[in-house]
Design a protein around this ligand. Structure first.
Ligand code: ADP
Ligand code: MG
Length: 933
């Protein structure tokens, strides 16, 4: 990111005067993550820096105030800034100065925006990317910490400090629908945490997750922020509550730490579908919904000046120490981490516990150290610079905290499964319907195909029949035609013969006529001759009439001739008529033949026409047949395609059935996982109940008993009872051995590892019971090594810091028992046990707790090699202080301690016996006092 690359760059080597120059940066190992939450040690987003996790430190110098300006002459400037070289020169005096390199150096005129961009913007971006982040201001009172960090800039936005700007950046970068931002605003004063958003809540406890070591404040108010105006309102409320609280309790705000916690939760969706624009990569979880949670811690620290210097606040030294405890512890932790020390006193104060992830942890951390320009405070300025220099050496390993939301995944998968099942069923239904439709269609097609086939067969049959009949008819017609033709031929022949005969007859007739004419012509001639003769006869008769009138005979002859002529005429007319009728008959016959011929011709043409029609119909039928065949072919193709479709649909259906089966398998697996975790939980609960029961069975009525088994060592044994029970007197050896037997039984049944794990339980009851069991087990030599190996000692030491008196008491008793063993003594000392015990002794008024603590220290006194360290860690002092309690059991333990101490001393160095005598004397004095009491 551009802004990141321009942000504070890697620091050079430390200044000339810096003694801690050579020590390498230190990383603290982080506890292993729980299975549900994964601390992914993935490299943070790309950057040019090769020391990405190192704590970045910027120095900011405040402009001179009116007072400093007026007294300029008295106090010359003690610093010189070289911002371009990111260097600060500290002038010790006129002739010596030291140069220090920082990640960023801001001169007096540096704007709030530039400071934010360089110091806090990369941290805010990291938080948006899922990493924890811390921004902190350290410096003397009045040097500008609150100005840099907490300024609200109500009237002038350019004045806005880091808190407002960071919230502005975060709120503008998230998706309001998918992500969430919430804040808590707290004040830490005198090791008590007060809620600035709900001032009635004071003394809020810090809770650490034993598995992830994550720190939380369950009692604090966490308010979901809607937008920057809402955030500003909350900051304003916090500021005014801080002011009110400080006035009410007469505390000085410069002595309290203001802590703003910004919780960011972002959801990361499936591949490439991240709601946010930023680059949060999805882990390889398939479709597991992932929630990324991060936290931005912004701390306006109390003034770094020493308590006596703040002047006039009238605190007692002890109180002052308490006020300073958090800041002092922070300094110590930073020193220890920077120096690679094996022990980092994180648990010494609430501030260091809250900041455990910020220094040497997994957060991206930026620190602004603020200094005033005046030489008057050179001491504070120097110590502030040294603090910054040491912090620069700390390197964190940034870790992304991604949580797989298995329940959401299960829900999502179930929904998906339901959806897919419904979809599948719907598809199946659709497919069934489609299939039915297809089958119906197919049936219809098949039916129509059958019908068509049938009709086609019928058609073809009938057409064949028709064809046959037509062919027959055609045969008939043709034969008839040929008969007709024959007949026609015959007729023609007949006609020809008739015509011939007619012609012949004509010729004959003509010949006959000719003959007749020839015959007639003599007759005509004869007639003519007759006429002529007649005429001549007439003429002659006329002539002779007169003469032959007489010749009457001649006349009669004439009459005969006349008769003969008429008969000739009649015969001629008859022959003529006969021939004429014969000719007309023949002509009529010819005409008939002609009409018959014409009719036959017409019939022939009609038959020909019919044959043509039949053949065209045949062609038409053939084309129809072809078309039907074609449509049949198409239907077959459609049928095959439909079959293929059905096949494909079947395959698809099988595929979806397989995917459904896979999904059900996945669901079953998840359900199995869930039920396995439920079973595991139930199993643990059962074991817990068993443990409680076993404890109750073996319950004796005494809380603390003591055995006198060993010389100079006291064993502390606990009967298990309701932990509200009263304290009772010592018990008999029998009772103790019964208890031990019970404890041994529990130990065997449950196993030490689980008992030690229960020490970390969040349930106070369980924790107390477990501590008692461990304490009792620790009284057996055989168990001590096992307890230490299982980490019991570490947890017991942690429990010394508990808020609960009973736990502290039982834990110190257990440690006292463990401290009987020489090896354990060294281990306890090495782990800072003596210091913890001493601290506890000074904090508690409870005589039983004091007795346990004194017993533990007394046991430690038995080891001569540890005497020096014991003294150094305040063990001896604590013993003496406890002797003042006046309680005889406590004093007895104190006396035992000194006796152990003296024994060793006298064994080791005779010349120190004087000191020992003094101690004995002190004890004797206390005993005396007690007797008087
Ligand atoms: P601190 O919180 O360290 O005690 P403050 O932030 O209250 O100090 O600052 C003390 C005074 O100095 C305030 O009046 C503040 O306005 C002023 N001041 C601090 N730093 C600057 C700065 N960089 N520019 C202008 N004024 C500043
Ligand atoms: Mg301040």
């Amino acid at each position: 990111m551009a802004s990141r690359s321009s942000s504070m760059s890697r620091g050079e080597k430390q200044g000339r005067g810096n003694a801690a120059q050579s020590s390498a940066p230190r990383r603290r190992p982080s506890p292993s993550p729980s299975p549900a939450r994964r601390n992914v040690a993935r490299p943070p987003p790309p950057s040019n820096d090769d020391d990405e996790g190192r704590v970045r430190v910027a120095v900011r110098v405040r402009p001179k105030n009116a007072e400093e300006l007026s007294s300029e002459a008295d106090f010359a400037d003690c610093i010189e800034l070289q911002p371009e070289l990111k260097r600060l020169i500290l002038k010790k005096n006129n002739w010596s100065s030291e140069s220090y390199k920082f990640d960023e150096v801001f001169v007096e005129a540096a704007s709030q925006k530039r400071v934010y961009d360089a110091v806090a913007k990369p941290v805010a971006e990291s938080v948006l990317n899922g990493y924890n982040g811390t921004v902190m201001a350290y410096g003397q009172t009045g040097s500008g910490k609150t100005y840099t960090l907490g300024r609200l800039g109500k009237h002038d936005p350019s004045e806005r400090g880091i808190m407002v700007r960071a919230l502005e950046d975060i709120l503008s970068s998230i998706s309001p629908s998918a992500d969430a931002v919430a804040i808590s605003y707290l004040q830490l004063y005198m090791e008590s945490i007060q809620d600035l958003l709900a001032p009635e809540k004071s003394n809020i406890q810090i809770v650490e997750d034993s598995k992830t070591a994550e720190v939380s404040l369950p009692g604090s108010t966490v308010i979901k922020v809607r937008d920057i105006h809402h955030a500003l309102q909350l900051l304003e409320i916090g500021e005014s509550n801080r002011h009110t609280a400080n006035t009410k309790y007469n505390t000085e705000s410069s002595r309290s730490h203001a802590i703003l916690l910004v919780y960011v939760q972002r959801s990361v969706k499936g591949k490439g579908e991240s709601e946010s624009s930023i680059n949060i990569k999805k882990v390889d979880d398939g479709d597991v919904p992932i929630v990324v949670r991060s936290k931005l811690l912004m701390v306006d620290l109390a003034g770094s000046e020493r308590i006596d210097k703040s002047g006039g606040d009238g605190h007692m030294i002890e109180e002052a120490k308490f006020i300073n405890l958090s800041l002092t512890s922070l300094g110590k932790c930073i020193n220890a981490i920077a120096e690679n020390s094996p022990h980092i006193p994180i648990r010494d104060s609430k501030l260091t516990r809250l900041l455990r992830d910020s220094f040497g942890g997994s957060a991206r951390t930026s620190l602004v150290i603020t200094i005033g320009p005046s030489g008057r405070h050179i001491g504070e300025t120097t110590s502030t610079i040294m603090f910054g220099q040491r912090a620069m050496k700390i390197e964190n390993v940034m870790k992304l905290r991604e949580e797989c939301d298995y329940e959401a995944l299960c829900r999502k998968l179930e929904l998906q499964l339901d959806f897919l099942t419904a979809e599948n069923e719907r598809e199946k239904r659709l497919r069934d319907v489609e299939m039915k439709e297809m089958q119906n269609k197919l049936k219809e097609y098949e039916q129509s195909l059958g019908e068509r086939g049938k009709s086609l067969a019928l058609i073809s049959e009938s057409s064949a029949r028709e064809k046959r009949t037509l062919e027959e008819e055609l045969g008939h017609i043709l034969s008839e035609l040929s008969v007709q033709k024959e007949r026609h031929g015959m007729m023609c022949k007949e006609v020809e013969s008739l015509q011939l005969s007619l012609r012949n007859m004509r010729v004959e007739l003509q010949v006959e006529l000719q003959n007749l004419a020839n015959e007639m012509s003599p007759m005509y001639n004869h007639k003519h001759n007759c006429y002529e003769l007649h005429n001549e006869f007439v003429n002659e008769r006329h002539l002779e009439l007169g003469t032959m009138k007489r010749e009457v005979h001649e006349e009669e002859q004439l009459e005969l001739l006349r008769l003969e002529i008429t008969a000739c005429h009649e015969t001629f007319a008859d022959a003529r008529n006969m021939y004429e009728t014969k000719i007309s008959d023949l002509l009529r016959q010819l005409e008939d033949e002609n009409t018959k011929y014409k009719i036959l011709e017409k019939e022939f043409i009609f038959m020909k026409h019919l044959t043509d029609q039949e053949s065209s119909r045949k062609i038409q039928e053939q084309t129809e047949l072809d078309e039907t065949r074609k449509s049949l072919k198409e239907l077959r193709m459609l049928y095959e395609r439909t079959l293929r479709d059905i096949q494909l649909l079947k395959l698809e259906n099988e595929g979806s059935l397989v995917s459904q089966a896979n999904l059900s398998e996945q669901k079953e697996m998840l359900q199995k996982k869930l039920s396995a975790s439920v079973l595991e939980r139930e199993h643990l609960q059962e074991e817990l109940a068993k443990l409680k029961n076993s404890m109750l069975i073996g319950s004796s009525n005494c809380e603390v008993t003591r055995s006198h088994g060993k010389e100079n060592t006291d064993q502390f044994a606990w009967g298990i009872e309701n932990h509200s029970g009263k304290f009772r007197s010592y018990q008999s050896r029998d009772t103790i051995s019964i208890q031990r037997a019970t404890i041994t039984k529990i130990f065997e049944e449950v196993g030490l590892q689980k008992i030690v794990a229960l020490l970390r339980s969040e349930d106070l009851d369980v924790q107390i019971h477990a501590a008692k069991v461990v304490a009792n087990l620790a009284s057996e030599d055989a168990n001590q090594e096992k307890i230490v190996n299982e980490g019991g000692l570490d947890v017991l030491l942690l429990l010394l810091d508990s808020q609960n008196e009973t736990i502290r008491r039982v834990a110190s008793g257990a440690i006292a028992n463990l401290a009987m063993n020489e090896n354990n003594q060294a281990l306890i000392m090495c782990k800072g046990g003596a210091r913890l015990l001493s601290n506890m002794a000074s904090k508690t008024d409870d005589s039983q707790t004091q007795r346990m603590v004194a017993g533990a220290i007394a046991n430690l006194c038995g080891n001569e090699k540890l005497h020096a360290k014991l003294k150094e860690d305040g063990g001896i002092k604590a013993l003496l202080e406890m002797a003042r309690s006046g309680h005889k059991d406590v004093i007895a333990q104190v006396a035992r301690g000194f006796a152990n101490f003296a024994k060793c001393e006298s064994r080791g160095a005779q010349h120190q016996s004087g000191v020992m005598l003094n101690l004995h004397f002190a004890i004797w004095l206390n005993m005396k006092k007690m007797q008087n009491l």
